[in-house]
Ligand binder design. Sequence first.
Ligand SMILES: *[C@@H]1O[C@H](CO)[C@@H](O)[C@H](O)[C@H]1NC(C)=O
Ligand SMILES: *[C@@H]1O[C@H](CO)[C@@H](O)[C@H](O)[C@H]1NC(C)=O
Ligand SMILES: *[C@@H]1O[C@H](CO)[C@@H](O)[C@H](O)[C@H]1NC(C)=O
Length: 512
Amino acid sequence: MQWSMLAVAVVRLAHVAALPCAEAVRTEELHNANHIFNAIHSSMRQWGSSFYHNGMSLFPAVVPAGTQLYHGTGFQVPVRGLEWLAFEPDHSLNFARRCKLSGLDFADSEQEDKASSIHTAHQPLIINPILNSEQHISRPKPPECVPGWLHTYRTKEATPLLYIDGMSAGKCNKGTLDSQDVLLLNASSESKGKFWEKERADRLCKLAAERWKGKIKGFIRMEAGFEIIMCSFSESLEFVHAVRAGPFSPAPDPEDKGFERMIWEWVKFVSARYDGIGGGRVKVDYDNLITAYAQELDLFEAGDDLPRLENVSAASLDVVRNEIDSMIESWDPMKMLNEHLIEWQSVADMVVERYGNLLKYLVSGALTTTDDLLGVLELTLRVFIDSDARDTAAEVNRCMTQFDPPDGGKGSIASRSIWDVTRRICDTLFHIFDVNMPLSESLQNLWTLIHYLDWSIWKKCPECPYDEVCFIPMWPFGAPGDRDNPQCRNATDMSRRWGYWGRPGAVGTEDG
Ligand SMILES: *[C@@H]1O[C@H](CO)[C@@H](O)[C@H](O)[C@H]1NC(C)=O
Ligand SMILES: *[C@@H]1O[C@H](CO)[C@@H](O)[C@H](O)[C@H]1NC(C)=O
Ligand SMILES: *[C@@H]1O[C@H](CO)[C@@H](O)[C@H](O)[C@H]1NC(C)=O
């Protein structure tokens, strides 16, 4: 009897003694762990990346062989060089036109189209009127257009790309382009033309071809919809077909609703990707992510919750640039496809799913006494408690290691950020799991945690009806206030919401 009691005690001691050891492996807290956690959680998701629209991270990624991608253009012939591709045909359809722009005539040959690519082939019908309109808040006037073609392509083989996170195809001055123009291209001090998008794409592809020796075939970015800048269509894609984008409906267009319907169709299908691009179309290598967040930098100098790179020193930027170069040099995209990779995003999901609703409920005002609070907490925390041997350190440790993947991770930035964030949550919950703590103090602790986590799911609307979407600014759409307060909106309502991304004439530039 005594011996067996002793044995139990020894086992417990051994367990407790093992803790500092596990602790030692995981070094001090990662700088900006919460922001890195949110970048992982938001990656390849339209919702989180719209909320956190200034991306500070780059992820190597692979699009599997045979993945269908779309391109809208004024011309029927397959593209051979650098162009833009969308993941959703509804997104590309907006580019399947040839339009008269700013006093110019229709481009009447492919040659001309290529010469002014961004102004004809890539630039959608919607963007130009917004850019050219002086009163951008009011409804822009659509230009004169003729129907073009919607092309479908497939990747020839597994295609290695660099994913630039956030709203990285948002052509504006709010910081969505910092990771491209400041970090990758070192072009922050250059004066840029109106859109600078063709130039930006050319320079990104030059970087890929020269500095990265052609290993990266293009760049994944996001606006209202995910897209790829593919450096060479003929090298990476097989042409499937082109269909004419003329009038589609057997019924005539409702009077004056064309513009509204166009925005609606675009946003509606793009919002279907709020929670992920889907279909395994992009495999992200989380263990090789590079992020400016991991450096000891002050990215929030401007005082709001959106980071900027514009005032970061050249030396600090060079550190991150070198990390990117050496990551790409050693990265093996095929190994990533063939071996079991830890899907760190799905680990982050388990954390958010377990604690997201709980935390909001705890501070919702529904609980009015400490006993109520302890009752709800007990249901979440009891699985981590050995009722024979209360020990907060051991309990917090069980709580934060709950979602550790089989091999425990390799100390990558992704694994450390998830681990640090989970530790904060577990620490706070066990700290307030205390009968002597006044309710107000517990709530204070919870609010501190909630502000630290700042999960984008907390901004989501309750389920919207089919003819509405939960609307958050997605370049070029959105009005001031839509980020802080996303709402279910119908087509009419949405087509009137402009101005979040700034004065259109100044898109991508200081000098307009
Ligand atoms: C970045 O550009 C500045 C001038 O615009 C130049 O002095 C600097 O050497 C460049 N840095 C790199 C890494 O190319
Ligand atoms: C960068 O520095 C300039 C000049 O000091 C300042 O006006 C600007 O607000 C700073 N930008 C950010 C994002 O802090
Ligand atoms: C769209 O939403 C607005 C604002 O909520 C409302 O006034 C309008 O009636 C709605 N239109 C339709 C067609 O449902």
